[in-house]
Design a protein around this ligand. Structure first.
Ligand code: MN
Length: 431
């Protein structure tokens, strides 16, 4: 947040410290995100969310946004959502609060005019959106409450301001012209059919655990100043029979891929696999995407994978990397270092949140390896039903120690094991 950054900058001499000054190449933390989710619940609507102070302010817009300044769209204020919600795309089970398919319809960052907290309190928020579909200046204006009516619903209007991004007529109906997800390209029917990620309401829709205070590594407990590590052993899970069901566990789908530690050092990228080979030259698109991240130094743990049509991951063959290059993505699962801060002593949950922000505007070949918190047994059952290899369950507060264990458990699906044996495993590396 810019006001905080002034103090942050005043205390530091950036010719001496490796910490980022921020602002020049804008840090992810300086750019609060906005997201619009298309939500096919009992009634189709669009959830409009603005990040502020660690939460997502939220409005439900029945008709969705219009690019026509004369079209004022009703926006009903709803509860603040956790930051993790911004990337949620999938299906909220029927019978749960908000049951139905959700897709990420637009995403980007927003720049408020004036103090957003004041604007929210006074009922007038003006801002600029930098999304893929929504751009330019917008306003949210609260309608007066009708006197004599005790209605706790706050009704607002979302209005496009007149500028170069405004349109009229059919061209203004962006929700019809561009129905697809900006994350996956799917339409809402496709999300409903795929059922690739089913969430239950208490992991997110109704609030969920408070989002950690993140954005800058120096705000994270357990982070300490340190150089970019030269060597690091990756952390690997121990095998277990069942996914832990209690809170405090993050569950990820088990990935079949080439485990890589990716070192970003002022635009230079090295991607080391288990055998010490550098995959950067074989995967130039991923390497250049890493080099372009909004940071000067980073150490990212991830998997180079190829996803098939069913969403199952496979290890890419580096020998065929040139022909398959456009299909290979790096799924980033952990962040060990960022901009002069050693994060290995910080909690996994905080590391992943920083990682998510770092990748929030990255191209599609860099993907954030998302998780579900809690509900391990349900998540495991769903993963196996979808034919995935299994799940990896990780303690949310675990430090990154390297080596096996350390609060990481791998729970294989039996089917997944067979599939894994079938798959060509040249570079396959069990996580
Ligand atoms: Mn909704």
């Amino acid at each position: 947040m810019p006001a905080d950054l002034e103090k942050y900058r005043a205390k530091r001499n950036f010719s001496r410290t490796p910490e980022p000054a921020g602002g020049s190449a804008p840090r992810v933390s300086d750019r609060p995100q906005f997201v619009v989710q298309k939500h096919d619940a009992r009634r189709l609507h669009y959830d409009f969310r603005l990040e502020h102070d660690g939460v997502l302010w939220s409005w439900a817009i029945p008709k969705g946004p219009s690019l026509d300044p004369r079209e004022k769209r009703l926006a009903v204020r709803t509860e603040d959502h956790p930051l993790e919600y911004a990337t949620f795309e999938g299906v909220i089970p029927e019978g749960e609060y908000g049951g139905g398919a959700v897709l990420v319809w637009d995403r980007g960052h927003w720049v408020p005019k004036g103090d957003p907290s004041e604007g929210l309190a006074q009922g007038k928020l003006e801002f600029t959106l930098h999304g893929e579909k929504l751009r330019g200046r917008w306003a949210l204006v609260r309608l007066a409450r009708r006197t004599g009516r005790r209605d706790d619903k706050e009704n607002w209007l979302l209005i496009k301001q007149r500028d170069a991004a405004a349109r009229s007529g059919n061209a203004a109906e962006i929700v019809d012209a561009r129905p697809e997800s900006v994350l996956t390209g799917r339409r809402i029917e496709g999300v409903a059919e795929d059922r690739d990620r089913v969430w239950s309401s208490d992991t997110g829709e109704s609030g969920g655990p408070p989002a950690p205070e993140v954005g800058r590594p120096d705000t994270i407990p357990g982070a300490r100043r340190g150089a970019l590590p030269r060597r690091q052993t990756v952390q690997r899970p121990e095998t277990a029979d069942e996914a832990p069901d209690g809170p405090g566990w993050l569950h990820e789908p088990e990935l079949r891929g080439l485990r890589l530690l990716c070192r970003v050092d002022r635009g230079k990228v090295a991607m080391r696999g288990a055998e010490g080979q550098d995959a950067a030259r074989r995967l130039p698109d991923i390497a250049s995407a890493l080099a372009a991240l909004p940071c000067s130094t980073a150490l990212i743990d991830g998997f180079a994978v190829v996803f098939d049509k069913q969403g199952h991951s496979e290890a890419p063959s580096l020998e065929e990397a040139e022909t398959a290059a456009e299909r290979i993505v790096l799924v980033a699962i952990d962040l060990l270092h960022l901009d002069g801060w050693d994060l290995r002593g910080a909690a996994l949950r905080a590391r992943k949140e920083l990682l998510r922000l770092l990748l929030s505007e990255a191209p599609p070949q860099l993907r954030y390896g998302d998780h579900v918190e809690g509900h391990g047994a349900d998540f495991f059952r769903e993963a196996c039903r979808l034919g995935l290899a299994g799940v990896v369950s990780k303690q949310a507060d675990a430090k990154y120690r390297g080596g096996r264990g350390g609060g990481w458990l791998r729970v294989p699906c039996r089917q997944g094991r067979r599939a894994a044996r079938r798959s060509r495993g040249l570079a396959a590396d069990e996580p």
